[in-house]
Write a protein that binds this ligand. Structure first.
Ligand code: FAD
Length: 319
């Protein structure tokens, strides 16, 4: 069976949930091989085996980790050359997509970004599904050249455990001079918010201009649900919430099980980043707000009254 390469998304060996999703998708196409770059592999080993990695390629070389994405693309290109994989799967983060683009050029392969489903193609190959034009269309795609390179949106693939043992191979890859032209000179860990990461959270509660700058009710409701907090561009531009929390066309794209939009009108650019969420709920005091066109559940009301009541109710039920 052909290998399917999966780039492991981790922080010092703590593997993100997106990797389990990619390994699950990889098992549909062939034999999952994890590509682990960086330090902390001992912490990652069991998780990778638990989600079905049959093989792990390890590389812990500062020449790769101390530079931006270019060396990672060269490592993957080397592995594509060596293994001719059935596909290469990466997370649909900004970094994952940049690596994927570089890899596609190096290997002269077709590239699909932001896939929401990955399946074997009818006549072989890989069939992917994407949600495009702000979620108004679903397109099915098949890569026609090279090893299909696919970035997959977090929370799109239901994770399945497939415990086994992975064989391990430590690799070295000679890097080109161009790959090491942008070096990381400092790293500072972001202060932990205690909330899940926005792009991979199962629940996201977002606030917009309707908060008037007071994100307290949004954060409290999010915390009652164990959710991440997002924001519209209007809220971010006003300086009410960090730029990294912006959901939408020019922010991050999220696809959680539940998305709650509070005080957000539902502009097309906001929809572009959240319309593939499984269940959408809006709280807005204007019954005519466009967000109500796409919701599964809508509450016409003042978020400063609705969210605290919902928070109290969730806490009471958690008991
Ligand atoms: P508004 O549109 O002002 O809506 C506020 C809503 O809050 C209203 O519906 C109002 O009824 C409701 N409200 C007010 N008070 C309350 C209350 N007390 N309780 C309940 N509801 C209340 N936007 C994004 O979000 N993400 C993007 O990535 C993005 N990219 C863009 C890219 C481009 C090129 C452009 C041109 C625009 C982009 N925008 C983006 C901006 C987008 O067009 C909208 O301007 C923005 O999404 C509006 O944010 P909002 O819904 O918070 O504010």
């Amino acid at each position: 069976m052909a290998e399917v390469l999966v780039l492991v998304d981790h922080v010092d060996g703590t593997v993100r949930k997106t990797t389990a999703e990619l390994l699950t998708a990889a098992a549909r196409l062939g034999e999952p091989s994890a590509v682990f770059i960086g330090t902390g592999f001992e912490s990652a080993r069991d998780t990778l085996a638990q989600y079905g990695a049959a093989k792990v390629y390890r590389i812990d070389d500062p020449a790769v980790t101390d530079h931006l994405v270019a060396p990672t693309a060269e490592v993957l290109a080397h592995l594509v050359d060596q293994t001719s994989p059935a596909a290469v799967l990466l997370p649909s983060s900004a970094e994952g997509k940049e690596i994927a683009g570089r890899l596609a050029i190096k290997t002269e392969s077709g590239l699909v970004t932001d896939a929401t489903d990955v399946q074997p193609g009818d006549g072989g190959g890989v069939r992917t599904v994407q949600s495009v034009f702000a979620g108004n269309y679903t397109v099915t795609t098949a890569v026609t050249k090279g090893s299909p390179i696919v970035t997959v949106k977090p929370n799109s693939i239901p994770v399945q455990e497939a415990p086994g043992e992975a064989t391990e191979e430590t690799i070295t890859v000679p890097l080109s001079e161009q790959a090491t032209t942008a070096r990381i000179t400092d790293r500072k860990e972001k202060a932990a918010s205690g909330r899940p990461q926005l792009t991979e959270a199962a629940i996201v509660v977002s606030g917009g201009r309707g908060t008037g700058g007071d994100f307290g009710p949004v954060e409290q409701f999010a915390d009652s649900l164990g959710a991440a907090v997002g924001a519209s561009r209007a809220a971010v531009d006003a300086g009410w919430y960090p730029h990294a929390s912006q959901v939408g066309q020019t922010g991050v794209s999220v696809s959680p099980q539940l998305y709650v939009a509070a005080g957000i009108s539902g502009a097309i650019q906001h929809r572009a980043g959240m319309q593939t969420s499984k269940t959408i709920v809006a709280v807005n005091k204007d019954a005519e707000a466009p967000i109500f066109e796409l919701v599964d559940f809508g509450v016409v009301g003042d978020l400063f009254q609705v969210l605290p009541q919902a928070t109290t109710e969730v806490q009471a039920r958690k008991g």
